[in-house]
Design a binder for this molecule. Structure first.
Ligand SMILES: Cc1cc2nc3c(=O)[nH]c(=O)nc-3n(C[C@H](O)[C@H](O)[C@H](O)COP(=O)(O)O)c2cc1C
Length: 160
């Protein structure tokens, strides 16, 4: 990690298409969530998904310790939620203050405004440079807004 990744490499990597998600977790009585684009399916059966979480994120150690997380899928109407959970850290603020949410099998927050959710337990994790890849088995999931399209991450559109 020396901060000298060739700009051409980042430019090419930015051609990888990602959605926008809010990854939530619960450790005892504490809940937190962060926005993530690096979320992927990994196995049909059992249903596995991966999330890449930066090692400096407050959520990182919470997920390591609790072994659970939920993936909330955002739609085009949820950009404000993507900014809310993605531009500040739970180290300093309670990002769930005043926000209503549901909880399913793991207790990780399920946003009422999400278009779909997956509730997961961590089955393994792997160090990946400045991130950790958590592999989660999806214990339960559901679609909250039938027919709603997922938000595709586009830097220019997201921040405008
Ligand atoms: C659109 C968007 C996508 C993001 N994707 C990721 C990601 O895939 N992995 C990651 O570790 N951080 C990602 N982040 C950054 C975290 O959401 C951000 O650092 C957040 O403040 C971490 O919160 P926490 O410290 O409470 O865990 C993303 C942020 C935004 C706005």
């Amino acid at each position: 990690m020396n901060g000298s990744v060739k700009p051409e490499i980042s430019h090419a990597e930015n051609r990888i298409v990602n959605g926008v998600f809010v990854i939530s977790t619960r450790l005892n009585d504490k809940v937190n969530a962060m926005t993530a684009a690096w979320v992927q399916r990994a196995s049909f059966d059992p249903p596995l998904i991966t999330i890449a979480v930066g090692i400096t994120r407050y959520s990182h150690d919470m997920i390591r310790e609790s072994g659970v997380f939920a993936v909330n899928v955002l739609g085009p109407d949820n950009i404000a939620a993507g900014k809310h959970f993605g531009l500040k850290t739970g180290k300093k603020t309670d990002k769930f203050a005043g926000i209503e949410y549901d909880a399913k099998v793991t207790g990780s927050p399920i946003l009422k405004e999400a278009i779909a959710w997956m509730d997961c337990k961590v089955v393994s994790y792997h160090s990946a440079g400045d991130h950790t890849i958590f592999i989660g088995e999806v214990l339960d999931g559901g679609v909250l807004k039938e027919g709603a399209k997922p938000l595709v991450y586009d830097k220019d559109g997201f921040y405008k």
